[in-house]
Design a protein around this ligand. Structure first.
Ligand code: TF8
Length: 336
């Protein structure tokens, strides 16, 4: 009798574990998820992981329709579609959100993080989450940060060995005042452009260069139109997965839970994949014929000094509380 009861309880427990997706309050949903890079990129791979996980956790009821290569629009256009409720989800640079939520400018601080692991701790910690939640006042819901990566400079004209080499270069920057001012201070002619227009702008020599992580320089084939890659690591860029708040507010708790859980799975996959691929991407860019130089620590220090005034501007737009909170968190992290 006892054994039978035990067996029954165990079977029920096993059944219950397989059950949630069916029993949970989950509707059949089609979720349009846009992103800017090619499908064959660290971004595209992680979107696929997210889509698979959402399907799994929802018992196939929630279906992600992933659309890459900015086919649904640039980051800024997609953000507006999310706010208006015409699109459900996207992933893109935090830098392109600064026009909507100025606190995001915190992540544009040049040389803020020394490693991806430091960035993870701050972004997933108190300050990172506080900044993310600011989006909700503006009609967006932030789910997780992914790694875009440390940014490096490419151009078609010359190797950049220090701040003096920026003069005369026409560089595309993200549509964001911090990036604009940073590169103006370095002496470049900085031109804000959406990423979706960048390849053509480089190809037609509308601009001489741009800056992005190795993975993106490779997956967007910039090596076809850029000769020089100068390693500066001048800023760490996060990506952020966002949802339309209009739409999110109409989801059940179970549906939100599926999306949040899948987002965390995709985040962990994406950061690992991005870090593993970065070194390989650099080697591949070299093999593809790019001329690569590492900017010396002394020259990097000169760059830092030249752009230091940008920090005051960032502190002003994000507020001293957030600014100091990140500095304190970094001090704590660097102690251990
Ligand atoms: C940039 C960004 C982009 C990303 C991507 C489109 O340079 O680094 O690569 O925003 O999601 O614009």
């Amino acid at each position: 009798m006892k054994l039978k009861a035990l067996f029954l309880a165990a079977t029920l427990a096993a059944g219950a574990m397989a059950l949630p997706a069916q029993a949970a309050d989950i509707q059949t949903r089609l979720i349009r998820f846009g992103y800017g890079l090619n499908q064959d990129s660290n971004q595209g791979r992680a979107v696929q992981v997210f889509a698979d996980e959402v399907a799994k956790l929802s018992g196939g009821k929630m279906k992600i329709r992933a659309v890459g290569a900015a086919a649904l629009g640039s980051d800024v256009q997609m953000q507006q579609a999310l706010i208006g409720g015409a699109q459900e989800m996207m992933v893109g640079s935090t830098a392109t959100l600064v026009g909507i939520t100025q606190e995001m400018a915190l992540w544009d601080t040049p040389f803020l993080f020394n490693s991806g692991e430091e960035a993870d701790k701050v972004l997933d910690g108190k300050t990172g989450q506080a900044v993310m939640h600011k989006l909700e006042d503006k009609g967006l819901v932030g789910l997780v940060y992914w790694e875009n990566g440390f940014r490096n400079l490419t151009n078609s004209q010359k190797p950049v060995n220090g701040p003096e080499d920026f003069s005369g270069l026409k560089l595309r920057v993200m549509q964001n005042n911090v990036f604009l001012e940073t590169f103006q201070r370095l002496g470049a002619n900085a031109v804000p452009l959406p990423f979706s227009e960048l390849f053509t702008a480089l190809e037609t020599k509308t601009v001489d260069g741009q800056e992005n992580p190795y993975n993106t320089i490779l997956s967007s084939k910039f090596y076809e139109v850029q000769k020089y890659l100068s390693i500066t690591n001048h800023v760490y860029s996060p990506w952020i997965v966002t949802a339309s708040k209009k739409w999110w507010d109409g989801l059940s708790a179970d549906e939100r839970d599926v999306l949040l859980k899948a987002a965390v799975v995709s985040r962990d996959y994406e950061r690992k994949d991005t870090r593993e691929e970065a070194d390989k991407a650099l080697a591949q860019l070299k093999a593809d014929g790019m001329q690569i130089n590492t900017v010396s620590p002394e020259a990097v220090q000169k760059m830092r000094d030249t752009i230091a005034p940008v920090n005051a501007q960032i502190e002003k737009s994000v507020g001293s509380d957030l600014w100091n909170a990140v500095q304190d968190e970094l001090k704590e992290i660097r102690k251990s």
